[in-house]
Design a protein around this ligand. Structure first.
Ligand code: VTB
Ligand code: MG
Ligand code: MG
Length: 330
């Protein structure tokens, strides 16, 4: 990928975050998502390369834009990529003006990202220093012991990120009982992969059940910088209960997995999620986090964004702060 294309894609991400800015705190998560989706879609469409969406806003019958399989950009171009994108990772966070919302996307050569349906995924992630210590076939307790061992720490010295969801309540309570510190934001698990891959020292492990698209994006971050991850796709009825409605959704999820040749309830290793060694990851902060500052508008009307570009090829990380003299950018 050329340097010009990297820069152009960072700009696309900045544009999504800037479009979202006026709606931060609006309480309207559909609208804030919509404006960011539009920015990503039109931004990718303008490139002289082709981008196949493998994880975006959902399946074609549910999402008119950025649906799975949609091809954007110049289809004739000799440069073709696969993209997993979440225009707003943390729509609820941004709609409530809470920290941690960001635009995130992962890019590989075409065909190198797993093409999972939009469903739930169990995820276990560590940074580079604990690579090889995780195994979803073992209990979380065993994994924690093995990671602690690898890091030369006591299990009670570990910090784990697990989203604050009812489905995780008993796991979190059990860990805290053992003296393990659990960081538990309400939403946004991609940030866990960033803490781990950037070796911020704030967490040692991330665990939980969240979205598969977010899982694929996290896998790209960890692959690019040398961390580790295992995952397992789960049916909605297994995660949210066996209601008649969830059973119907689960049936569709099962069928979609079969069509795509992807196994449910089976361990997926990092190499199964991202099939190449050199993925690209781009994020722009929408609201503040420890990784990126959120979009701000100065008294002079200038918009300021904070983005992160990770280039797997040389394992480099680039923090890019941009200023724009206008509220809407092209
Ligand atoms: C998950 C998680 C995301 O939304 O998809 C979650 O991976 C949705 O979970 O990071 P619920 O359906 O239980 O609310 C995020 O937190 C934000 O997109
Ligand atoms: Mg989304
Ligand atoms: Mg999300």
């Amino acid at each position: 990928m050329s340097k010009a294309l990297f820069f152009s894609l960072v700009h696309v991400s900045e544009k999504a975050a800037i479009n979202a800015y006026e709606l931060i705190g609006s309480g309207n998560k559909e609208e804030i998502d919509r404006v960011a989706v539009e920015a990503i879609r039109s931004g990718l469409n303008e490139q002289n390369a082709s981008f196949q969406i493998v994880a975006g806003e959902g399946e074609i019958d549910e999402a008119p834009m950025l649906y799975q399989g949609e091809v954007l950009g110049n289809e004739e171009s000799e440069f073709s990529f696969s993209v997993a994108v979440d225009p707003i990772e943390g729509t609820t966070l941004s709609a409530k003006a809470l920290p941690g919302a960001m635009t995130v996307m992962a890019i590989t050569q075409k065909g190198n990202l797993i093409n999972t349906p939009d469903m739930y995924m169990e995820k276990l992630m560590v940074g580079a220093k604990a690579k090889g210590a995780i195994d979803l076939n073992r209990s979380l307790k065993e994994n924690i012991d093995r990671v602690a061992d690898k890091l030369g720490k006591e299990p009670s010295d570990l910090k784990i990120l697990i989203l604050d969801k009812p489905r995780h309540a008993s796991v979190i309570a059990g860990l805290r009982k053992r003296g393990i510190k659990v960081l538990s934001p309400s939403d946004g698990d991609v940030i866990g992969s960033l803490h781990l891959a950037l070796d911020k020292g704030s967490i040692d492990l991330m665990y939980g059940i969240g979205g598969a698209p977010e899982g694929v994006i996290s896998a790209a971050v960890l692959k690019a910088l040398g961390g580790d991850m295992q995952a397992r796709l789960l049916l909605r009825s297994e995660v949210k209960g066996q209601t008649p409605e969830n059973e119907v959704i689960s049936k569709t999820e099962k069928e979609r997995c079969e069509q795509k040749g992807i196994l449910v309830n089976t361990i997926l290793a990092l190499d199964d999620l991202v099939l190449e060694e050199e993925p690209i990851f781009i994020a722009t902060g929408i609201t503040n986090s420890e990784i990126l500052r959120g979009v701000t508008k100065g008294l002079d009307g200038k918009m300021k964004t904070d983005s992160l570009l990770i280039i797997g090829k040389d394992r480099s990380t680039h923090f890019i702060t941009s200023r724009y003299p206008v509220t809407i950018i092209n």
